[in-house]
Design a protein around this ligand. Structure first.
Ligand SMILES: *[C@@H]1O[C@H](CO)[C@@H](O)[C@H](O)[C@H]1NC(C)=O
Ligand SMILES: *[C@@H]1O[C@H](CO)[C@@H](O)[C@H](O)[C@H]1NC(C)=O
Ligand SMILES: *[C@@H]1O[C@H](CO)[C@@H](O)[C@H](O)[C@H]1NC(C)=O
Ligand SMILES: *[C@@H]1O[C@H](CO)[C@@H](O)[C@H](O)[C@H]1NC(C)=O
Ligand SMILES: *[C@@H]1O[C@H](CO)[C@@H](O)[C@H](O)[C@H]1NC(C)=O
Ligand SMILES: *[C@@H]1O[C@H](CO)[C@@H](O)[C@H](O)[C@H]1NC(C)=O
Ligand SMILES: *[C@@H]1O[C@H](CO)[C@@H](O)[C@H](O)[C@H]1NC(C)=O
Ligand SMILES: *[C@@H]1O[C@H](CO)[C@@H](O)[C@H](O)[C@H]1NC(C)=O
Ligand SMILES: *[C@@H]1O[C@H](CO)[C@@H](O)[C@H](O)[C@H]1NC(C)=O
Ligand SMILES: *[C@@H]1O[C@H](CO)[C@@H](O)[C@H](O)[C@H]1NC(C)=O
Ligand SMILES: *[C@@H]1O[C@H](CO)[C@@H](O)[C@H](O)[C@H]1NC(C)=O
Length: 776
C-alpha cells in the first residue's frame, strides 16, 4: 500500500494513474477498441479515464488519459505513437502489459513493464506494473516526480498532438527548456536554465517534484528546495497540472472543483518569464511564433502577429508563421526592384534581432533609414534605434517587442488585394476573393448571408446602372473601393435640405436621407465640420481605406462627397439606434443578448485593428457609437476618421478626442496613441455591458461605486463579482463567464498600453479559448 501519510486526494489521483492495476475491474484480457464513443477505463475516483480519444473532425484517435469530469476532458498523457491511430485499433491488457494494435492486428505501441519497477500498491493486485507517470508527455500532475534524465515535450499546436517544437529536460541537476529544430531532434540554445547543478551531488538538484500542495520545486541532495514559481493558490479544492505548452511556456494550472473558484484551467505560474524575449537570439530557428511573425507576451499569455504585408501561412494556426503577401526580392517579377510600387509603413517597438545584412548610420532621423530600405530590393524591413539602421532580409525570425522602430516595405497593390481579410460571415473585401464569393452564392448558404448578398448585388447593379445612365455625376464619380462619390447637390436633395437631424457625433452632425441602394432607401448622411488645413488628400485616403472595410459588425460606408468646402459621408441607416438606449434602458436587456452584443463589437474592432493594411483606430469607442441593425447585430459607426481629422492638430492643444470616462490614460501623456486606446475604451464599455450601467454615474452616493471601473475592480478583488450584476439571474448562473469577462475587462483597462491585450486576444479571452490570467 502507499504510505499512510498521504492525503486521500493524493491517493486517488495516484490510483487514477494506475487504472489498470488499481481498478480491479480491468482484468487481464480486457480490451478497448477505438470507436466514436471514446471507450475508456475510469479510475476509481472517477477523475481520470484511460482509453481512446477521437481527434476533432477526423477518424483518428489518441490513446490517452484525461480528466473525465471536466467539460473539456483535458488530456494529460498520450501514448507516443508516431501518428494518431485509426478507427478499430485495439488496446489490450495481457500478462505482458499493454499492447496497441492497428485494425489489421499490427502492433504499433506497447507498454511492457519491468518486473523490477513494481509499485507497492500494484503488487497487491498481482498484476503487472506499468505507470504512465514514468512516461510523461507534456504534462505532470501533483504527486509526480521527474527524476534526473526525465523530459517533457510539447505538442505541435493546440489541436495537434504530434511532438512539437519545445522540450523540457531535467538533467545534470538543472531544469532546462530548449527549442528543437522541428521535426528533427536537434536542440537549439536553452531559453531557461534553473542553474541548480553543482558538481557536489549533495548540493545539486536531483528531482523535479510536483507535490500535492501544488508546489513545483527542484529538490537538492541536501533536502533544500528551489521553487519554480511562488505558490499563491494552495487549495485542495483545485485540480492542478503543469504543462509544457505548444508555445514553449511551462505553465502551472489550477481548475476549481467547486463553483466557488475558477472552473477553467487558469495559469498559476509559468517559466520562462517572457518567452518572446527569453528565447535566445541564436542565429538559428524561428523563435516562438514561426518565421516572419512576431511575439507578444501578456502575463502568462503569449500571442503571435503577422507584420504589415504578411499573412498567416495557415490561417488556423497563429503559431505557424507568416508569409509575405507579394514577391519580396530582386529576382522573380522584379520583386521589390521598383520603389514606386511600394510604400513604407512603420511599427513601433518591434525588432527582429537576426537577419541583418547592413548596418547604416549614424543617422539623425528615421527618414534616411526608411529611404535606404525603400531603395534596396533586398530589404524587407529596416530597424531604426534612433541612431543606426539595420536592413534585414527574409526570413525574419525571433520577432519581439523591443524599443525600436520597424519600417516594413509594402506593395501598394497588395493593400487592395490581400491585406484586408474577408469576414466569412458576410462578404469579402478583396478583389482577389470575388470568385470565392460568387461561388459560395451559387452553392447555397445561410439565409442571412443571402439577404446580405442580395443587398450587395443590387447595390452593385444599382451603381453600375448609375454610372452608365446618369451624367449628373461628375467624372470623378468612379467607384473607389466600391464607394459612390456624391455631389453636394445630390445629398442636399436626399436629405431634404439637411432637415432631419439624427444626432451629433464627433466631427459633425448626422442627418437622415433617402437614396435608393439595393432593397433599401434610407441612409445616414454625416456632414463633417471643417477640416484642418491640408486635410483634403488625407481625407480621400482615409475614406478610401474605410471604403475597403467590410464586416458585419461595422456600419458600411456607401459613399462620400468631397466638393469644395463640403465633406460628407453616406452610411447605411440603422433603424434601432445605439446600444446606449438599449443598455441603459428599462427593462434591462438579457445577459445572453448582452454577451452577443459585446462579442460582435469585439470582432468589429479586431477587424479594424488587425485585418486591414493599416490599422484603423477608432478613438471614440462608447455605447453611443455602436448602432444596432434590423437583425439586432451591433455595428460600430464613426470609425477611421480620427487620423485625418486629427492631422496637424496636437493633442495638447485640441484636448482629447474621445469621451470622458472612456479615454485611455496615454491621451494625457506625451506618448503616441495606438490601437490600444480602443482596447481601453472597449474595456470600459464591456463593464457597462456587463453591469448595464454607465461608466460614470452620479446617482451613487458612495464614491467607490460612482466610477464603474474602480467599483468593478474592487468587486473583483473582494471576490464579490455577483454584486456587479445584482438580480440578474442569468448572469449569476453563468458566473464563470461573468468572472472571465470581468477579468478580461480589467486587462483591457490596464494603465500600460503594452499590458492590454490585442482585440483578437480579447475575443479569445471572452470566448474562453484561452485562460484569462488573474489581472493585476
Ligand atoms: C471499477 O471499480 C470501481 C470500484 O472498485 C468502481 O468505482 C468503478 O466504477 C469501476 N469502473 C468501471 C469502469 O466499471
Ligand atoms: C515512446 O517512449 C518510449 C519510452 O520513453 C521509447 O522507448 C520509445 O522509443 C518511444 N516511441 C516513439 C515512437 O517515440
Ligand atoms: C528493467 O529491468 C532491468 C533489469 O532487470 C533493469 O536494468 C532496468 O533498469 C529496468 N528498467 C527500468 C525502467 O527500471
Ligand atoms: C476539439 O475542438 C474543441 C473546440 O474547437 C476544443 O476545445 C477541443 O480541445 C478539441 N479537442 C481535441 C482533442 O483537440
Ligand atoms: C499534425 O501536424 C503534422 C505535421 O505538420 C501533420 O503531418 C499531421 O497531419 C497533423 N495532424 C493532425 C491531426 O492535424
Ligand atoms: C553538469 O553540471 C556541472 C556543474 O555545473 C558542470 O560542471 C558539468 O559540465 C555539467 N555536465 C554536463 C554533462 O552538462
Ligand atoms: C559537498 O557539500 C557538503 C555540504 O556543503 C560538504 O559537507 C561536503 O564535504 C561536500 N563534498 C565534497 C566532495 O566537496
Ligand atoms: C543545499 O544546497 C543548496 C544548493 O547548493 C544551497 O543553496 C542550500 O543552502 C543548501 N542547504 C543546506 C541546508 O545546506
Ligand atoms: C510541498 O512543498 C512545500 C514546500 O515547498 C511544503 O511546505 C509542503 O508541506 C509540501 N507538501 C507536501 C504534501 O509535502
Ligand atoms: C524587370 O525590370 C527591367 C528593368 O527595370 C524591365 O526591363 C523588365 O521588363 C522587368 N521584368 C519584369 C518581368 O517585369
Ligand atoms: C531628416 O533629415 C533630412 C536630412 O538630414 C532632412 O531633410 C529631413 O527634413 C529630416 N526629416 C525629419 C522628419 O526631421
Amino acid at each position: 500500500m502507499v504510505s499512510s501519510a498521504i492525503h486521500p486526494l493524493f491517493f486517488l489521483s495516484l490510483l487514477a494513474f494506475l487504472p489498470l492495476f488499481a481498478a480491479s475491474n480491468v482484468t487481464l484480457g480486457s480490451s478497448l477498441s477505438a470507436t466514436a464513443d471514446n471507450p475508456s477505463w475510469v479510475s476509481p475516483s472517477g477523475d481520470f479515464a484511460f482509453g481512446f480519444r477521437q481527434l476533432n473532425n477526423t477518424n483518428t484517435f489518441l490513446l490517452a488519459i484525461w480528466y473525465a469530469q471536466l467539460p473539456d476532458q483535458t488530456i494529460v498523457w498520450h501514448a507516443n505513437t508516431t501518428s494518431p491511430v485509426q478507427t478499430g485499433s485495439n488496446i489490450k491488457l495481457t500478462a505482458n502489459g499493454l499492447t496497441l494494435n492497428d485494425p489489421n492486428g499490427l502492433t504499433i505501441w506497447t507498454a511492457q513493464p519491468n518486473t523490477t519497477v513494481n509499485y507497492g500498491a500494484m503488487l497487491d493486485t498481482g498484476v503487472y506494473v506499468w505507470q504512465s507517470f514514468d512516461y510523461p508527455t507534456d504534462t505532470i500532475l501533483p504527486t509526480q516526480i521527474l527524476p534526473l534524465g526525465g523530459m517533457l515535450y510539447s505538442k505541435l499546436s493546440q489541436t495537434n498532438y504530434t511532438k512539437g517544437r519545445f522540450e523540457l529536460h531535467f538533467m545534470n541537476g538543472s531544469l532546462q527548456l530548449n527549442p528543437v529544430a522541428w521535426p528533427t531532434e536537434n536542440k537549439y540554445d536553452l531559453y531557461y536554465n534553473s542553474q541548480t547543478a553543482n558538481s557536489n551531488s549533495s548540493l545539486s538538484g536531483y528531482q523535479l517534484v510536483f507535490n500535492q500542495s501544488t508546489d513545483i520545486y527542484i529538490l537538492f541532495g541536501n533536502g533544500s528546495t528551489f521553487k519554480l514559481w511562488p505558490n499563491n493558490f494552495p487549495n485542495s479544492d483545485n485540480y492542478y497540472r503543469a504543462t509544457l505548452d505548444f508555445d514553449g511556456v511551462f505553465r502551472g494550472y489550477a481548475y476549481a472543483t467547486t463553483s466557488a473558484g475558477i472552473q477553467s484551467w487558469s495559469p498559476v505560474g509559468h517559466i520562462p518569464e517572457n518567452i518572446c524575449s527569453d528565447l535566445r537570439v541564436s542565429f538559428l530557428g524561428s523563435g516562438a511564433c514561426g518565421y516572419n511573425s512576431y511575439c507578444t507576451a501578456n502575463g502568462a499569455a503569449t500571442s503571435c502577429h503577422c507584420p504589415p504585408g504578411f499573412s498567416l501561412i495557415d490561417p488556423n494556426n497563429e503559431y505557424g508563421g507568416c508569409a509575405p503577401d507579394f514577391p519580396q526580392d530582386c529576382g522573380v517579377d522584379n520583386g521589390t526592384s521598383n520603389p514606386e510600387d511600394y510604400y513604407m509603413t512603420q511599427v513601433r517597438d518591434l525588432n527582429f534581432p537576426n537577419g541583418d545584412y547592413d548596418m547604416l548610420g549614424p543617422y539623425n532621423n528615421q527618414t534616411q533609414c526608411e529611404q535606404a530600405c525603400m531603395q534596396d530590393c533586398n530589404c524587407v524591413v529596416a530597424i531604426f534605434n534612433g541612431e543606426f539602421c539595420w536592413k534585414k532580409r527574409l526570413p525574419l525570425s525571433n520577432g519581439r517587442q523591443e524599443t525600436a522602430l520597424a519600417f516594413f516595405k509594402v506593395r501598394k497593390d497588395s493593400v487592395a488585394t490581400s491585406t484586408c481579410k474577408k469576414d466569412e460571415n458576410v462578404f469579402p473585401t478583396c478583389e482577389k476573393d470575388k470568385k470565392v464569393f460568387w461561388l459560395s452564392f451559387l452553392f447555397g448558404s445561410s439565409g442571412l448571408f443571402n439577404i446580405l448578398l442580395l443587398g450587395v448585388i443590387s447595390l452593385t447593379f444599382f451603381s453600375r446602372h448609375q454610372r452608365k445612365s446618369r451624367n449628373t455625376i461628375r467624372n470623378t464619380s468612379v467607384f473607389e473601393a466600391n464607394l459612390h462619390v456624391f455631389t453636394f447637390e445630390e445629398l442636399k436633395i436626399a436629405t431634404d435640405g439637411f432637415k432631419e437631424e439624427l444626432g451629433r457625433g464627433s466631427f459633425g452632425v448626422v442627418y437622415k436621407g433617402a437614396i435608393k441602394y439595393g432593397s433599401k432607401t434610407q441612409v445616414a448622411v454625416k456632414k463633417l465640420d471643417k477640416l484642418s488645413q491640408g486635410g483634403e488628400r488625407e481625407f480621400k485616403a482615409e475614406v478610401t481605406a474605410i471604403g475597403k472595410t467590410h464586416h458585419k459588425n461595422l456600419v458600411q460606408l456607401l459613399g462620400y462627397c468631397n466638393e469644395g468646402p463640403h465633406r460628407l459621408l453616406v452610411y447605411e441607416f440603422m433603424s434601432n439606434g445605439s446600444i446606449a438606449n438599449f443598455l441603459f434602458g428599462i427593462p434591462r436587456p438579457d445577459w445572453f443578448q448582452r454577451v452577443q452584443v459585446a462579442l460582435g463589437i469585439a470582432r468589429g474592432l479586431a477587424y479594424l485593428h488587425e485585418e486591414c493594411s493599416t490599422p484603423i483606430i477608432h478613438c471614440d469607442i462608447k455605447p453611443q457609437n455602436i448602432l444596432i441593425d434590423d437583425l439586432f447585430i451591433p455595428r460600430i459607426s464613426d470609425f477611421g476618421l480620427a487620423k485625418s481629422l486629427l492631422y496637424n492638430q496636437t493633442r495638447t492643444h485640441t484636448g482629447i478626442r474621445g469621451t470622458r470616462g472612456y479615454v485611455a490614460p496615454e491621451w494625457f501623456k506625451n506618448v503616441p496613441v495606438t490601437v490600444k486606446v480602443d482596447v481601453y475604451s472597449f474595456g470600459v464599455m464591456l463593464l457597462e455591458i456587463i453591469c448595464c450601467r454607465k461608466s460614470v454615474a452620479q446617482e451613487f452616493e458612495d464614491e467607490e461605486r460612482a466610477i464603474l471601473v474602480d467599483w468593478a475592480y474592487d468587486c473583483f478583488k473582494e471576490g464579490s463579482i455577483d454584486a456587479l450584476v445584482d438580480n440578474d439571474d442569468a448572469a449569476i448562473n453563468d458566473i464563470e463567464t461573468l468572472r472571465r469577462w470581468v477579468m478580461t475587462a480589467i486587462w483591457c483597462i490596464q494603465e500600460d498600453p503594452l499590458r492590454r491585450p490585442t482585440m483578437s486576444m480579447v475575443i479569445q479571452m471572452l470566448e474562453g479559448y484561452v485562460e484569462v490570467p488573474i489581472p493585476s
